[in-house]
Design a binder for this molecule. Structure first.
Ligand SMILES: [Zn+2]
Length: 247
């Protein structure tokens, strides 16, 4: 399984950067996990729009799903549109982004597949299991297994035993870490710090920790250091074009 980071900014895209988006490839199958602001221009540097085989969206915040619209446009507006794109998401999560264009314009471009808390499904060579994790809107964390390797992704989530359960023994935990040490009071149940991500990576016994969704302007070294105080394994910070081969 190969993970390529398309973007890793929390909240809004920084100069030349994109928000959350990850391209996962295994046995030639291309699964895109989240399509935040500005991820499509990054994605199209590596694959064409019609080469994407499926999409999984963790939740309906635009920094995780806004670029579903340009991806669908790039497929639907061709002279020879490809087959509908399977899009996995929680019920209603994509209503707003799918309503950007006039009714029907993109209708043939996608096939919505609703995911559930605790649900499991196969997408190409990937086996997926989803879990609702605490955020300000419904958010599905996902555990993806392929070729004997496992990647767990939190989407956006406050600290929770469910994160630990979802990530248990994973080779990689890709964890939202909007803040470094302290999450501001109003967001404490819905977002995590790098330190908390490190704590959860240790509790879950994961192989390595990849921090993502840092607030624009955050020092990646500070986030890495905070996580490393809680977790002994390898810690890295996601950035555009970072590639991880899980084998
Ligand atoms: Zn969010």
């Amino acid at each position: 399984m190969r993970l390529r980071v398309l973007g890793a900014c929390g909240a809004w895209p920084d100069a030349g950067q994109a928000c959350s988006g990850y391209l996962l490839e295994h046995e030639g199958f291309r699964l895109v996990v989240d399509l935040g602001y500005a991820t499509v221009p990054q994605l199209l540097r590596h694959v064409t729009a019609e080469q994407v085989d499926a999409v999984f969206i963790s939740h309906g915040h635009p920094d995780h799903c806004a670029d579903l619209n340009p991806l669908l446009r790039a497929r639907a507006l061709r002279d020879d549109p490809p087959a509908p794109l399977p899009v996995y998401a929680l019920p209603g999560a994509l209503d707003a982004v799918l309503a950007l264009d006039r009714p029907g314009m993109l209708a043939g471009a996608y096939e919505l597949r609703e995911v559930t808390d605790g649900g499991a499904f196969d997408v190409g060579p990937f086996h997926a299991r989803t879990r609702l994790l605490p955020h300000s809107v419904p958010n599905a964390g996902v555990r993806l297994a392929a070729g004997g390797r496992v990647l767990a992704y939190t989407g956006d989530s406050g600290p929770s035993p469910d994160v630990v359960e979802l990530a248990r023994g994973a080779d990689v935990l890709l964890a939202e870490a909007t803040h470094v040490d302290e999450v501001p009071e109003g967001s404490r149940r819905h977002l995590s710090s790098a330190r908390q991500a490190g704590r959860q990576a240790a509790a879950a016994g994961v192989g390595r920790l990849l921090l993502t969704h840092l607030w624009p302007g955050t020092d990646p070294a500070a986030a890495r250091a905070a996580a490393a105080e809680e977790y002994d394994g390898e810690v890295a910070v996601a950035a555009t074009d970072l590639v991880l081969d899980l084998r």
